[in-house]
Design a protein around this ligand. Structure first.
Ligand code: PHE
Ligand code: NA
Length: 451
């Protein structure tokens, strides 16, 4: 029995929704620019290892905790701790996840706003025959205009609030069914264009030939953090989506599918973007503006560029929205379950808080850009705090909880890996490999040890 809790309409819907959460700005905006900043191949290899050894096993744990408890992240951790006879403080893992999701949203809505703004630019033909310099100036001009940024992030907040307030079936499921296939198709169109630039081989080389001398200890931490970020882990999103999963769904199989899908989109995005970077002599380490400078140049050159460009930025905006929605859902679920608020009220409240938090990012590119926190700009500091500190820490705690604290037979039954070798392997990885890897990467990047 589900105790009256909402459930996804089908296994496929859950996969699409989780994939909708996973595939977002992380794949198409963040992955290429952090890969560029961190030297390419070796970084990509470490990232892929983190997805496989840490990301997918932790995703299985989060879905399991959500589904077994049938609750929002704080309630889920509390209930599972109680079931295992463990310390009630484990609930804090749920709180940290919710706070982390909110902090991410404070910039995610703003970057989603950039994509909306670029959708309009594309539709109105602003990319036609744009030069690389003009593309750079266009991006800089947008950042220097807080009123414009605020307008677009407001549109994002209002839209996501509206979708969340409509609920699981009418809101979330519908949007995702149409969007995901189209997004893949457009990324493939971009990769197709990239093969015609004459720099495709160079991009393959950059992405897949590891040069470990370029890999800093901080880059390893960034790769680890991004594995959590891109799979929507340690933020309450996947745990909450997991709480709507039916008992008959195999957690192991679906996690692997979501992981492969998310990774494929990120790699394809890299293959679409780096050939353009090299063809036009742009800087791979240009940072957060990378795709907003390279893609307009490509759309300006390719046949039907206005059409493809417009469709692409629409899709990217939607991918961003489905991810943002999944970050809002845990808090709305908490407010409706624990505070007995209506979904509409909860969504409005969350939207208001979010909009206010977004102001920090909106102005960070302009007024605060010369001021720094931990030696970073405001946006970079929040990004570092969430993706590189809170998420690996949250993931570590989930791994320890699922593999050491929860009862082995319960976990075995929930995961759907069978009782044999696969389960033993999962448990071994989560007990030893994942925690040790996270701790070592942390200590190394923060300078406590030197490996
Ligand atoms: N996974 C999303 C992306 O790659 C971001 C995200 C993080 C979504 C945390 C939900 C929770 O863009
Ligand atoms: Na992602």
């Amino acid at each position: 029995s589900t105790g009256g809790r909402l459930q996804w309409s089908s296994r496929l819907t859950f996969i699409l929704a989780a994939a909708g959460s996973a595939v977002g700005l992380g794949n198409i905006w963040k992955f290429p620019y952090i890969t560029g900043e961190n030297g390419g191949g070796a970084f990509v290899l470490v990232y892929l290892a983190c997805i496989l050894v840490i990301g997918i096993p932790v995703m299985m744990a989060e879905i399991m905790i959500g589904r077994r408890s049938q609750q929002n992240p704080t309630g889920a951790m509390a209930t599972m701790a109680k079931e295992a006879g463990a310390n009630p403080l484990w609930k804090g893992v749920g709180w940290m996840a919710i706070i982390c999701g909110f902090l991410i949203l404070s910039f995610y809505t703003v970057i989603s706003g950039w994509t909306l703004s670029y959708t309009v630019s594309s539709v109105t033909g602003a990319f036609d025959t744009i030069t690389p310099d003009a593309a750079g100036a266009m991006f800089g001009g947008m950042l220097a205009d807080p009123a414009q940024l605020l307008m677009w992030s407001t549109v994002v907040v209002v839209t996501t609030m509206y979708i969340v307030s409509r609920g699981l079936h009418a809101g979330l499921e519908k949007a995702i069914n149409y969007m995901m296939p189209l997004l893949i198709a457009l990324v493939l169109v971009m990769v197709g264009y990239a093969t015609s630039t004459g720099h495709f081989a160079e991009a393959i080389n950059f992405l897949f030939t590891p040069d470990f001398s370029k890999l800093s200890t901080e880059a390893v931490l960034v790769a680890l953090g991004h594995a959590f970020f891109t799979l929507s882990l340690a933020s309450g999103a996947i745990m909450t989506y997991g709480s709507y999963v039916s008992k008959s769904t195999s957690i192991a199989k679906t996690s692997i599918m979501i992981g492969i899908f998310d990774t494929a989109v990120a790699l394809l995005a890299g293959l679409a973007i780096f050939p353009i970077v090299f063809a036009y002599g742009l800087e791979p380490g240009a940072g957060p503006g990378l795709i907003f400078v390279t893609l307009p140049i490509a759309f300006g050159q390719m046949p039907y560029g206005t059409l493809f460009g417009s469709l692409f930025f629409v899709m990217l905006s939607m991918a961003a929205l489905t991810s943002a929605i999944s970050m809002i859902e845990p808090t709305v679920s908490w407010l409706t379950e624990k505070r007995k608020m209506s979904r509409g009220k909860a969504s409005a409240l969350v939207g208001l808080v979010l909009w206010t938090l977004g102001l920090g990012t909106v102005f960070s590119f302009n007024i605060w850009q010369d001021n720094t926190l931990f030696g970073k700009t405001f946006f970079d500091a929040i990004d570092f705090l969430t993706a590189n500190l809170m998420m690996p820490l949250g993931g570590l705690l989930v791994a320890l909880f699922a593999a050491w604290v929860m009862k082995s037979n319960v976990v075995k039954e929930e995961l759907g890996l069978g009782g044999g070798l696969l389960f033993t392997a999962w448990q071994f990885v989560m007990r030893f490999i994942t925690p040790i890897a996270i701790v070592v990467v942390f200590l190394n990047a923060l300078g406590f040890i030197n490996i």
